[in-house]
Design a protein around this ligand. Structure first.
Ligand code: DC
Length: 219
């Protein structure tokens, strides 16, 4: 079984996707983390992120690994970058590099390869439309802009990063616009996706809804 979960930043995709995968015994792949790793490495290696070819070259030389056994750690070329890829600097750089078609082609090919290993829940922006168009269940998660910013603020605070809510809201809006308006694989629901507005819902409610849909799909 393949489940695609797409949606804008802060809609709760990764929290929900992880929990759904665990409950249904599927493998989880965080595709946003892959784009973040490339952006992190570009910043770290002082590569000009506006230079598309340089970023493409860098992506070709990058290995991303996930370690689910050790609490979903993300590795870039042998370095544990789990926390480092979640900074506001990386968040800003990633929407620039995610618009590059060659970078996307490379990461999408890798994501499809991973999906061949077995049943999977994948979250991102283009999973239902590009990566796994044949997925049995496609969910497009949304929530109001205020609630999404609030959730991200709480998440960053819990990770020890105190960033003003207004800054997060502005950043998120700019990033969503970039994701929605880019020419290659823009953020949009697949025609057969279930649109799930999570405003006012608890994480548990969202997870149960998706698990129920997946179980119905399996029958
Ligand atoms: O889900 P996230 O915030 O970790 O994603 C980081 C960035 O990567 C975000 O700006 C959109 C981009 N992205 C994408 O273009 N396609 C994906 N499948 C996943 C993420």
């Amino acid at each position: 079984m393949q489940i695609a979960i797409d949606g804008p930043a802060g809609a709760g995709k990764s929290t929900v996707a992880k929990a759904v995968a665990k409950r249904l015994g599927l493998f989880y792949l965080d595709t946003g983390a892959m784009y973040r790793v490339v952006a992190y490495k570009a910043l770290n290696n002082k590569v000009n992120i506006q230079a598309e070819e340089e970023v493409e070259r860098l992506a070709a030389e990058t290995t991303v690994r996930f370690n689910h056994a050790q609490g979903d750690r993300v590795w870039c070329d042998g370095e544990d970058v789990t926390e480092k890829i979640r900074t506001p600097e990386v968040s800003r750089a990633v929407s620039v590099i995610a618009a590059y078609s060659k970078v996307r082609e490379r990461l999408v090919a890798w994501q499809r390869e991973e999906a061949k290993q077995g049943d999977v829940v994948m979250d991102g922006r283009d999973i239902g439309t590009q990566v796994l168009p044949q997925a049995e269940l496609k969910i497009f998660l949304t929530a109001s802009a205020e609630e999404r910013a609030q959730r991200r603020w709480l998440e960053l605070k819990a990770a020890g990063q105190e960033i003003p809510l207004i800054e997060i809201a502005k950043d998120m809006e700019r990033r969503d616009r970039q994701d929605r308006e880019r020419a290659v694989s823009p953020l949009k629901p697949a025609p057969d996706a279930v649109i799930l507005d999570t405003t006012g819902l608890t994480v548990e409610q969202v997870i149960s809804k998706i698990v129920t849909m997946a179980q119905e799909e399996r029958r």
